[in-house]
Design a protein around this ligand. Sequence first.
Ligand code: MN
Length: 423
Amino acid sequence: MIKANNPELKSWVSVPENSDFPIQNIPFGIFSVNQSQSHAATAIGDQVLDLAALHSAGLFNGIDLPANVFEQNTLNDFMALGKKTARALRDRVSELLSEGNTELKSYDALCESAFHNMADVEMHLPVHVPNYTDFYSSEQHAFNVGTMFRGPENALMPNWKHIPVGYHGRASSIVVSGTPFHRPKGQTKADDANQPSFGPCRLLDFELEMAYITCKENQLGDSVSTEEAEDYIFGFVILNDWSARDIQKWEYVPLGPFLAKNFASHVSPWVVTMDALKPFTVEGPEQDPEVLSYLKYDEKTHFDVKLEVAIAPDGSEEQTVSNSNFKHMYWNVRQQLAHHTVNGCNMQVGDMYGSGTISGPEESAYGSMLELSWRGTKPLPMKDGSERKFIQDGDTVIMRGHAEQNGVRIGFGEVKAKVLPAK
Ligand code: MN
């Protein structure tokens, strides 16, 4: 077992009940405070702990870390050191924060400068993302969307259970939680119109997704097996992969999503390591038909992470609209990475891979407004008395996620974004 995952561990830092960040989590992020230089940090309870400060003080001696690895705007250099190093660091941070350990606790000046209230810091995009890929790996989501457009008999395309279907997305518009954005404009065509028209998107939607980030490169021409995928996958964030459904409908044939998907994608600021999620793996669905051998896998790699989406209309209380779970995936992350590289495509450090919208079997577990309102035919009630078929200007969409078992809760915090009117 990974030492830092021990459910018995307790910290001398107070951790509120139901916190996403107990001592067993030790996620990684990038923060600044009062416009200071950005540093890498971890989170515990309501505190952000500056890893650069601990490193300068010599508390990570014995772990092979470059001097300035945490004094950076991104986690890329740290992640590139590999999972062994990240694991050693997570174990060491866990040790320093454990009840009974006084190395950090009794170092008053360091505690003073290294701990910050979460409420006082600004969190930044944790990684530089060279490439972004979005999969389409939830069967219920693919079935729902397919049913709307082609009927239930032809809902899944013939390739869907043989290939983890995906497309190359846009990396430059991936932004951190809290970044407001404008409703996109674009070209659409109504079913009864002869000509397309231009204007603000009318069917703005969220997509509830998880995304993983790679920390290792494979050479162009080489492939990564499902077994080797473990060494490549550093950790996970929650991803809101915004979608303009009306723009999508008109543009997507024959090459797939383009401007309907690349105007903004929000991620949660803390990267929760794959190591921390190990205790929460579950069996995936039986795959029938049998998959080709490069897609077979031995280890459980589905994760039981409860996911929630809420909408807060401007000036009003938030309303939960979906409760889903990351375990509702047909294709797991090992299979996705093996498929992505089977042709020799090279992965890079910081690359991000969306799961695709995660919809569970119940209607209340659907991961997009397209499905929740069934193309706008079933509006959802809000607490202020209004209804939503899709997302309106002024709405804030909030996604949260956590895994929980044996009294240990590993959470992601939240990803939240407010929609401003079209420019
Ligand atoms: Mn997506």
